[in-house]
Design a protein around this ligand. Sequence first.
Ligand code: PXL
Length: 299
Amino acid sequence: MADIAGGDISIPKKLAVINDLSGYGRCSLCVSIPVISALGVQCCPVPTAVLSNHTGFPSEYKFDMTRQMRPYIEAWSQLDIGFDGIITAYMNYEEQVKIAADFIDRFRQKDTMVFVDPAMADHGRLYRGFTDDYAGYIRDRLIRQATVIKPNITEACLLTGFDYDRVKLYAAEPKLKRLKAYIHDMVGELRELGPDKIVITGIERNDRIINVVADGSSVSFISGRRSGHSRGGTGDIFSSIVAASLLQGMSLERAVRKAADFVSMAIRISDEAGVPVNEGVIFENILSKLASTSFEHCK
Ligand code: PXL
């Protein structure tokens, strides 16, 4: 056995992922499962819905899993299993948010990482099918239980009541001063809710994208070159890389740099290959690079 596994007989950490399964378009569980596995972590999915494709296409077939989720989770309860990490992502309804919160209560152990990706909005707008009160459910039931959160800038504004247009205005100014001060205040507000690690993604500034990493009391702004079109599913890939890397003992800042580098490379090759934006990013061709500890240096 040791030979087959290349000498590695360690037991992988377990990461439960509450997210939908969209069959076409490369997002949610369809990207989380391979990415988390590639990083040597066991992915245990809890599907919130099964869709033919994500909602960025003009239409979709959707089978909602709200009624199935409780018996699915109850069956896990009978198995005497626990998780090193839990990711919550795309859900639709208040009831699903309650179920996710109950799941965390039931399966959380002393050191379990609870990673909340609000997965509800982008580019200043809620995703299709979400109502305005959804942000409140996520904030009150999930963000307060989280150890790590990863909103994009639209979601961070919705969670805190900060103004998305003001972020855009400050981001367009030649000096970073007002943008940084505004984001610092936003991070302070999010931190008050409970999480110790906060990543705010996707602040666009000229031809660059800024990600904010707040770990304990430190806040850093990581700026990278925008590599191409904004594409669906990249948030799920990003969360999966950060969460699995944290479980593997990486620091938050390194995990975010690794995730940003991988997503940026995937966007670049997808644009070069002429993949339609709705089809997400080509990641299959570069997945094996994720396992390499030197990935950050091979862009
Ligand atoms: O990646 C975000 C996402 C996940 N799941 C579904 C979506 C979207 C974004 O549009 O539609 C079903």
